[in-house]
Design a binder for this molecule. Structure first.
Ligand SMILES: Cc1ncc(COP(=O)(O)O)c(C=O)c1O
Length: 412
């Protein structure tokens, strides 16, 4: 038997599994079939309330839409946060159509923005987080042609990294942002060119569970923002401090102590350098807001024994939930939390391997885990499926149908 991650507290301890107070079969009937992602809006609400309680006043919360762009979820989250961060024209179109957010609270980051993407953002009045000097030139030229004053921020490739993060994005050569050594010159140049300078975007990493690492990175980010602003000779209206708040996917992972992060940020902001006195701050979060709200439900199609090992073959797989198979940014494969959603209380358990329906050995969803005995027709739940699931998986691979998605718990 191999261990698996802990089932999120919002869903733990019930048999059968309850999501927003209803069983998996109720939600499957509502959606029409499996495989199905169910997102519980109540979980997102509680995360946002925790953030607001922990963080000092003057720190805005932005949602990084890339974590989960399911339209009803983005529409729900829009009014609950202060800003939305998008990373493509598609995401920008989506949030402008449904989130109810003013363009001024939308920011657009990401390398390789095409001219048509810059054009759309400039026309809309969204903030463009510039990833390079070349992108700045193109944005200024397009704004000139359109006759608009561009809202531009400079994304900095920091000379710091987020220690212990699953995805490091600072402290090295990078396609993301302008190297810290050159960022002040770019700020001065875009101000000189007549842009409406929105400030700095400094994102050092993702999926960190160590509060101390985030505290140190935020302190270093504040110091860097002050240094760059002094060098550029202008106070930034906004400093986006990045995010990086992680969630506990795997055995031995502990939830991030957000209260400790907030307490340290309160102290750091109280002592901030003078040039940042009137600056607003933002933290942009994806997975910490939505990762734990999602449950992927997939039905057992076959139960088979091969050379003494029991396999449950389900109707979903890595084409919907790549991350649970260990093929999305992890070095060593470990088990996500899983459960038999349809199990009754006190069912006998067994050691089983849950595999998807794709004809590849990569499609491994849970390896030798201890679960209640399940038969064809039972439903397996894979937790931590609210971020980088449906939209971050190779849905066209092997031409199976896409997963259904459902937002529930809005009333809760
Ligand atoms: C610029 C930026 N913002 C936000 C995120 C979202 O990260 P997470 O979902 O881990 O919060 C990422 C992730 O790579 C990112 O690159």
């Amino acid at each position: 038997m191999k261990p698996m991650g802990a089932i999120p507290a919002d869903f733990a301890g019930t048999a059968p599994l309850l999501i927003a107070g209803r069983t998996a079969e109720v939600w499957i009937a509502e959606a029409g079939d499996t495989p199905l992602f169910v997102y519980d809006a109540g979980v997102v609400r509680r995360r946002i309330a925790l953030f607001r309680k922990a963080m000092p006043a003057g720190v805005d919360l932005h949602y990084a839409v890339k974590a989960n762009p399911f339209a009803p979820l983005v529409a729900a989250i829009g009014p609950w946060v202060d800003g939305l961060d998008v990373a493509s024209k598609g995401e920008l179109d989506l949030v402008m159509a449904i989130s109810g957010k003013a363009a001024g609270s939308i920011s657009f980051a990401g390398p390789g923005k095409r001219d048509d993407e810059l054009d759309l953002a400039l026309r809309a009045g969204a903030t463009i987080n510039l990833e390079s000097e070349g992108e700045a030139d193109r944005a200024l030229a397009i704004a000139g042609r359109l006759g608009v004053t561009p809202r531009l921020a400079v994304r900095v490739n920091p000379d710091i990294e987020l220690r212990g993060s699953g995805l490091r994005m600072g402290g090295r050569a990078s396609p993301f942002g302008v190297d810290a050594e050159r960022a002040a010159a770019l700020v001065a140049r875009i101000i000189e060119a007549g842009a409406d300078w929105q400030g700095l975007h400094i994102f050092a990493g993702s999926q960190a569970l160590d509060a101390q690492a985030i505290i140190e990175t935020q302190a270093a980010t504040l110091a860097l923002a002050a240094r760059l602003s002094e060098k550029a000779g202008a106070a930034p209206p906004l400093v986006n401090l990045g995010g990086g708040f992680g969630i506990p996917y795997f055995p031995a992972d502990k939830p991030l102590d957000v209260t400790a992060v907030g307490a340290a940020l309160t102290r750091a902001l109280a002592d901030r350098p003078a040039i940042l006195r009137d600056t607003r701050f933002a933290i942009e979060l994806g997975r910490w807001l939505v990762g734990e709200c999602g449950v992927y439900l997939t039905r057992v199609v076959d139960r088979k024994v091969s050379r003494g090992e029991t396999f449950l073959v389900v109707d979903g797989g890595l084409h919907h939930q790549l991350a649970a198979s260990g093929n999305f940014g992890t070095v060593v494969r470990r088990n996500y939390p899983v459960a038999v959603a349809t199990a009754v209380p006190d069912s006998p358990t067994e050691t089983v391997t849950v595999v998807g329906c794709l004809c590849t050995p990569l499609d491994l969803l849970a390896d030798k885990v201890e679960l209640p005995v399940a038969q064809p027709g039972d439903v397996i739940a894979i937790f931590m499926a609210g971020a980088y699931g449906a939209s971050a998986s190779p849905a066209a691979f092997l031409a199976h149908p896409p997963a259904r998605e459902l937002l529930v718990g809005l009333a809760g």
